[in-house]
Design a protein around this ligand. Structure first.
Ligand SMILES: NC(=O)c1ccc[n+]([C@@H]2O[C@H](COP(=O)([O-])OP(=O)(O)OC[C@H]3O[C@@H](n4cnc5c(N)ncnc54)[C@H](O)[C@@H]3O)[C@@H](O)[C@H]2O)c1
Length: 391
């Protein structure tokens, strides 16, 4: 496969992610076939793209001719056969294993042997989808973040059968789309959706223990930590149904490791239909005229909150390196470019001192006697040997 613009790209599923990925591929000069089983979804996708691109013209970021050419490069189709001459196909349909396997079974006989097949799945294993293929060597995970045109990160996930050549070619292609690529092992949540769990989970734990309310925890993470959004702001934005489902799935997939335990507070939000911004109320009230509480801006309390969540995040990032999910460099790149963290977590650890992080984890473990707070062995080794994560 070449990375030349002559390579035709197939995108299966014209929802949020598929539309965004098609936009990225077309913006980089490729002919794109955007396939969906729902004709209504295809026209919705086309209309939303027209709207987005026209806004680029209004803001003088693109010319009208460029937009016309970009749209002309995309074929919106409900005929899978139109993907037959694609050299790279990425699937972004519903997160359902049977549906994905069924679709790949239909695609594989249509395309050339050299066509690379990829899935944008967030929570299914690449191995499980690859079982549908006769030639799983050419199949891998390519995980974009939402919104795909704006978020720089793409996680590339080779499955156990994927060839090195296919991984390399795919990475070269996505790099040529000016994305930041990282290679991740085929494990639950890959890098970002695994390492970010404590941002939500430990915030919910502090809330459940009554150490602080949602707005104070958000204040601490933004004001002291420099995060763009607090955990409760972000959960309300993502939607508690979506966020809770990811947490539950990661917990289950990690054989119920207490590090990933979901919270009752969030479960109740889902049960009550308080899904966040989209339903008008979550931890915050978004309805017209609603008043929300002010944070308790006590620096000692804020430090306690921030240090505990940061230590848990660093411990999780260390675990991703320890378990060979990715290198320290790639874990840091992933969190900065996939979820806009102000700094790579392991870089942060190097700066504040690994022994400080280890002390925080050890104190939590002594206090709670819960396996959730066990310090990562790699963190312990680094402290023992006086090493840093970088350099
Ligand atoms: N939304 C996100 O933030 C996000 C981020 C990264 C990855 N993902 C993953 O991307 C994939 C798509 O997510 P989304 O949010 O874009 O979903 P979505 O619901 O917006 O879109 C899914 C689309 O798939 C179409 N579809 C369903 N079955 C189909 C089939 N058999 N053949 C063709 N089209 C079919 C639907 O008509 C719909 O248009 C999922 O695997 C999801 O886990 C989502």
């Amino acid at each position: 496969m070449n990375t030349e613009k002559s390579l035709k790209v197939g995108v299966l599923g014209a929802g949020t992610m598929g539309t965004g990925i098609a936009q990225v591929a077309s913006a980089n000069g490729h002919e794109v076939v955007l396939f969906d089983i729902s004709p209504g979804q295809l026209s919705q996708s086309e209309n939303s793209l027209i709207k987005i691109l026209n806004r680029q013209v209004e803001k003088n970021r693109m010319s009208a001719d460029e937009v016309t050419a970009m749209l002309q490069r995309i074929t919106f189709s409900s005929e899978l056969a139109n993907c037959a001459d694609c050299g790279f196909i990425v699937e972004a349909i519903v997160e359902d294993l049977d549906a994905k396997k069924q679709l790949f079974r239909s695609v594989e006989p249509l395309v050339d042997d050299n066509c690379i097949l990829a899935s944008n799945t967030s929570s299914l294993s690449i191995a499980s989808i690859s079982a549908a293929l006769n030639n799983p060597v050419r199949f891998l995970g390519v995980h974009f973040f939402n919104p795909a045109p704006l978020m720089k990160l793409v996680e590339i996930i080779p499955g156990i059968s994927t060839s090195d050549e296919v991984s390399k070619k795919t990475r070269n292609l996505i790099d040529s789309w000016k994305k930041v690529t990282v290679i991740a092992k085929d494990t639950p949540g890959f890098i970002v959706n695994r390492v970010a769990r404590p941002f939500y989970g430990e915030a919910l734990r502090l809330y459940e223990e009554g150490i602080a309310d949602a707005v104070t925890i958000d204040w601490a993470m933004k004001e002291i930590g420099g995060f763009k959004m607090g955990p409760f702001d972000l959960m309300d934005l993502i939607g508690h149904d979506v966020n809770y489902k990811v947490t539950e799935s990661v917990f289950k997939e990690f054989y119920f490791d207490p590090r990933f335990k979901p919270s009752f507070a969030q479960k109740r939000m889902v049960e009550a239909g308080r899904l966040g911004k989209k339903s008008g109320i979550g931890f915050y009230d978004y309805r017209e005229g609603a008043e929300n509480p002010e944070p308790v801006t006590n620096r000692d309390l804020g430090d306690k909150i921030f240090n505990r969540i940061l230590a848990m995040l660093i411990n999780e990032a260390a675990d991703a390196v320890f378990m060979n999910i990715a290198s320290a460099k790639e874990v840091d790149l992933a969190m900065v470019h996939g979820v806009n963290y102000p700094k790579g977590l392991l870089q942060w650890a190097d700066e504040i001192g690994l022994s400080y992080v280890l002390d925080t984890m050890s104190s939590l473990q002594v206090e709670y006697r819960e396996d959730r707070y066990r310090p990562n062995p790699l963190l312990k080794r680094k402290v023992r040997d006086g090493e840093l994560f970088h350099g």
